[in-house]
Write a protein that binds this ligand. Structure first.
Ligand code: ADP
Ligand code: MG
Length: 339
């Protein structure tokens, strides 16, 4: 068998230092997602009490809502190790092999973007998930033999922004499936307070609320906006921060009252102006904006659909009256910036 790269047992800290500083390390530090949090806590507690491995978990939801955070907190709660793999990097079953054979009893294997694994890798994973066994075929043709190799029982945590792209057999092998939804402004304001404390820039409730309302229900965006406001404050406001300073800083980044940025508005404007409001297919919008349809589907559309600024119809996307109204009231993106 050809040699393969041994993955190291990673500490769950692949993110840059600043991100690491803000990412909750324990589940009790996490804010919001109460129902998901409680169900996972119960499953973790039961697994610890019975000394059995936790069932496989699938987390889905738009980017920046806490999938990686949950996935990296779970092994800490269990007192076990984690290995981190990405579905995009697992192009053949042999890429999975070192991860599976490295799993210790009860440890966690986290596969991010699990929807990007090719079907051959998925199929290789089925017996590993179900019976903690892998089937390796040696040779081919009439000489082919299959060897079964037992694995130590482990917990697979999969994360995806596209639950719809996961095949039913894979989805069914996850015992726990949780969908993460956007955070309420109150939850985001609590996250902003927590992060601003960690960044040594405490602020009043009004300012935290303002940032929360302009963060598209997403903790990652709230933290990014906060860092920008901190930079703005250091450079232009002698380190002071209040609601006016926060608003000025965010407007400078083109972030409007709904939290949409220039790219979100360009998407809406493309539908409205170029395609007369729609319906228009996602590929046509992506081509016109010179971007990838995946980016639009993962990063841009979920929140706009949620706010009912656009709708999806069988014939494509359409802007709603609310969407047109929002474009009418939000700051214009100049034509130079548009195309
Ligand atoms: N429930 C939460 N409480 C506090 N901060 C959170 C929470 N969820 C996410 N964050 C913050 O948002 C950032 C992005 O979350 P992450 O788990 O990487 O999202 P995803 O993997 O879903 O894209 C984290 O680094 C963390 O700082
Ligand atoms: Mg992630």
């Amino acid at each position: 068998m050809e040699s393969f790269r041994q993955p190291s047992i990673q500490a769950p800290e692949e993110a840059p230092p600043e991100d690491r500083a803000l990412r909750p390390q324990r589940m009790e530090e996490m804010i919001g997602q109460r129902a998901v949090h409680e169900r996972l806590s119960i499953a973790i507690d039961a697994s610890r009490k019975r000394g059995e491995p936790l069932g496989h978990i699938l987390l889905d939801g738009p980017p920046g809502l806490g999938k990686t955070t949950f996935a990296t907190c779970i092994p800490r709660e269990l007192g076990t190790t984690i290995q981190i793999a990405s579905g995009a990097a697992l192009s053949a079953p042999k890429d999975l092999l070192p991860y599976l054979t490295n799993c210790s009893e009860g440890s966690v294997l986290f596969i991010d973007e699990i929807h990007r694994m090719p079907i051959a890798v998925e199929e290789f994973l089925y017996p590993a998930m179900e019976d903690f066994r892998i089937d390796i075929t040696l040779g081919d043709g009439v000489a082919a033999r299959t060897i079964n190799m037992p694995l130590r029982p482990f917990t697979l945590v999969g994360a995806t922004t596209r639950a719809g792209l996961i095949s039913a057999p894979l989805r069914d092998r996850f015992v726990i499936r949780e969908h993460l939804d956007y955070y309420s402004p109150a939850e985001l304001a609590a996250i902003v307070h927590r992060s601003s404390g960690k960044l040594s820039m405490p602020m009043d409730d009004e300012t935290a609320n303002e940032i929360a309302h302009r963060s598209r229900g997403t903790p990652r965006l709230a933290n990014n906006r906060l860092r920008w406001i901190r930079d703005f404050s250091t450079s232009r406001a002698e380190g002071l921060v209040d609601v006016g300073i926060a608003r000025t800083a965010l407007e400078m980044q083109g972030i409007d009252e709904l939290g949409l940025d220039g790219f979100d508005r360009r998407y809406l404007e493309t539908i409205q102006r170029v395609f007369a409001g729609g319906p228009v297919g996602i590929e046509a919008i992506a081509h016109t904006m010179s971007t990838a349809s995946d980016t639009l589907e993962d990063d841009v559309e979920p929140f706009l659909l949620r706010c009912e600024l656009v709708i999806r119809t069988p014939r494509g996307r359409r802007i709603t009256p609310k969407g047109e109204n929002h474009l009418g009231t939000s700051p214009k993106v100049g034509p130079g910036k548009l195309f």
